[in-house]
Design a protein around this ligand. Structure first.
Ligand code: FES
Length: 133
């Protein structure tokens, strides 16, 4: 199964993922990651290592529905240690799988990484995040 196949509609429950700063929302099938949801929603979340739990640039805060995400594994804890402004609600977007409705705040660190990775999308992402177009 390719990465794209994982994002295709599947039977079963779907959950609402809201990116609060960008005011973007998307419905996703159970089990996809917050990072995959951000891509579907068009939300500016960084992913410098490509989603293999090696960089912390996908750092987000689960501001609502933390219990609707997968358990944190030791490997994720180790990488979160390298992140900036870690909180009780911190997760790595590439590791946290969604099993219910959630609201997500993309960290400033992750937003900056996204802008560095996609300079062509910086202005649009900044406008989304600040509510100014
Ligand atoms: S994208 Fe690098 S740790 Fe998640």
């Amino acid at each position: 199964m390719s990465k794209t196949d994982e994002l295709l509609p599947k039977p079963g429950p779907r959950f609402r993922v809201r990116f609060v700063k960008e005011q973007l929302e998307v419905e996703v099938p159970a089990g996809i990651t917050i990072l995959q949801a951000s891509r579907l929603a068009g939300a500016p979340e960084g992913d410098r290592c490509g989603g293999v739990c090696a960089c912390s640039t996908c750092h987000v805060y689960v501001v609502k529905g933390f219990d609707s995400t997968s358990e944190i594994e030791d490997e994720e804890f180790d990488i979160l240690d390298k992140a900036i402004d870690v909180r009780m609600t911190s997760r790595l977007g590439c590791q946290a799988k969604i099993h219910g409705d959630v609201e997500i705040e993309i960290s400033d660190e992750s937003f900056s990484a996204f802008c560095d990775e996609h300079p062509d999308k910086r202005a649009q992402a900044t406008a989304l995040r600040t509510g100014k177009s």
